[in-house]
Design a protein around this ligand. Structure first.
Ligand SMILES: *Cc1c(COP(=O)(O)O)cnc(C)c1O
Length: 478
């Protein structure tokens, strides 16, 4: 099938061509879901290899559909890590779900404009409805609370900090100071830089032995800044650090924010979703005290990329921060209950993100999501037991919100710290080179450790045992 030269400027296909094309795409996606377990999760390719495959001049003339499709399914997609794979343990995996994939396909197929009420009343309404589900889940104020879906956690953090600055500081924010722990996610620093704060306006508070923000050090830093005439303005707490899953002392930080009149932002991009489980709910006590909260449905709420979310205690804070009234939008101002999400965040034109959340939760039911998250937390605890009962492994940071860090350190061998770092680094390198599992290292308290983030509900104990065995066999070869 080659697009017709005479009519191709309309960029249209015939009905039959569209179907032929579309069915092949669906077949490829379904086949991927069906067979991914038998594939290897890791893709390794150099720039040179990729250039050899793809680097061509722009094609002026049409190419047969099948040729383009085959190139993509045979060369592009296989040269990408499979983040939905049961043995994809590193970073934060992306264990998506098929219903949301179809929802994204519909949203793109109909190209629904999700910026304002007039563009799609239904898209705005579904964003309001799903946002209300989330507000309730996190015990945010029902009536006053609000929020917005973003491309991801980074954009949610940026949106939060712009809002915080607007609400707390005037035009001159040169004396303002922001506090976060040494385990806070790098996107917060990025956001602060984007906002034009200087490096000296950020205090990185050390963490304790459990990787929680040290409250005493936080209090001291605030006190010193005040004595120096600076203006403490915002604390960013982590509800689930990416490294270890650790939750900062949310209630204690809430108290400090209240007594010092500081903005309380909680970055729950990794761990916020744990609210869906009983254990997680306990860990996250105090999350409801945040002024703004980042969560990231494309992580542990099983949505495909891109979907982040910001929740705020008062929806007016968003409209006060982001409303602009250009002339060309004046005809579409609705009444105030009809929310224009372009007035609540940075983007004007927005894709219809709420649809995938809506369709997947409606189809599977929230209970399925709750069971998935509980399973993830439990299986990580079982992995901890497994490692603790082995003479070869040492747990460095215990199972916390589905993250565990450990290292190879066999009893009786008495390796030096330096040797242990090298051994564990090499285990990871060998596992990745084998492409059997995506398992990379992180550094905790100056130790190189292996880190597993087990948020995929399709990962089984069997998968994990196979990977641990693989690690052991590589370690013994070293
Ligand atoms: C992943 C993550 C982010 C960034 O979110 P993106 O969706 O990757 O932009 C921010 N904070 C934490 C704690 C995260 O784990």
């Amino acid at each position: 099938m080659i697009p017709d030269k005479e009519t191709s400027h309309t960029l249209q296909l015939s009905k039959d061509e569209m179907k032929q094309y579309g069915y092949q795409v669906i077949d490829a996606i379904v086949d991927h879901f069906d067979t991914e377990r038998s594939k290897k999760p890791v893709a390794l390719a150099s720039r040179e290899e990729m250039d050899t495959l793809f680097n061509r001049e722009v094609p002026e003339d049409p190419t047969d559909f099948q040729t383009v499709f085959d190139l993509v399914t045979q060369k592009v997609l296989p040269n990408s890590n499979i983040v939905t794979h049961p043995k994809s343990y590193s970073f934060v995996p992306g264990p998506s779900n098929y219903v949301s994939v179809m929802a994204d396909t519909l949203a793109t197929g109909f190209n629904v404009f999700s910026g304002g009420w007039a563009g799609s009343p239904a898209a705005a309404e579904l964003e309001i409805v799903t946002m209300n589900w989330l507000l309730k889940l996190f015990k945010f104020p029902k009536k006053k609370g609000g929020g917005i879906f973003t491309s991801g956690g980074s954009m949610a953090n940026l949106t939060a900090l712009v809002t915080a600055r607007g609400q707390k500081l005037g035009d001159d924010f040169s004396k303002a100071v922001i506090y976060m722990s040494d385990q806070a996610h790098s996107s917060n620093i990025k956001a602060i830089r984007v906002l034009g704060f200087k490096k000296e306006q950020v205090r990185i508070i050390p963490t304790d032995m459990e990787f929680k923000m040290a409250i005493n050090k936080l209090k001291s830093a605030i006190a010193i800044d005040k004595l120096e005439g600076l203006e403490p303005f915002c604390i960013i707490a982590s509800a689930g650090t990416t490294n270890t899953g650790t939750v900062d002392p949310l209630l204690e930080i809430a108290k400090i924010c209240k007594s010092e009149d500081l903005w309380y932002h909680i970055d729950g991009a990794y761990g916020g979703a744990a609210i869906l489980s009983e254990k997680g709910k306990q860990e996250l006590k105090g999350i409801e005290k945040a002024d703004s909260l980042t969560i990231d449905p494309h992580k542990w709420m099983f949505q495909p990329y891109e979907m982040g979310c910001l929740l705020v205690r008062n929806h007016k804070w968003l409209s006060e921060t982001f409303s602009e009234k250009p002339e060309y939008l004046r005809d579409i101002e609705g009444n105030t209950s009809e929310i224009n999400f372009y007035d609540h965040g940075i983007q004007l034109t927005r894709r219809f993100r709420a649809l995938k959340f809506y369709m997947s939760v409606k189809t599977f039911g929230l209970n399925a999501f709750k069971r998935a998250v509980s399973y993830n937390i439990e299986i990580t605890e079982r992995v901890e037991d497994l490692l603790r009962t082995s003479a070869k492994w040492e747990v460095i940071s215990p199972a916390t919100l589905a993250v565990i860090n450990f290292r190879y350190n066999p009893l009786g061998k008495n390796y030096s710290e330096k040797e242990l770092d090298r051994i564990n680094q090499q285990i990871s390198e060998k596992v990745v080179a084998s492409r059997e599992a995506l398992l990379v290292t992180t550094v905790l308290q100056n130790q190189v450790v292996l880190r597993m983030c087990l948020i995929n509900p399709r990962t089984t104990m069997e998968d994990i045992k196979e990977t641990i065995n693989l690690c052991e066999s590589f370690a013994e070869d070293l």
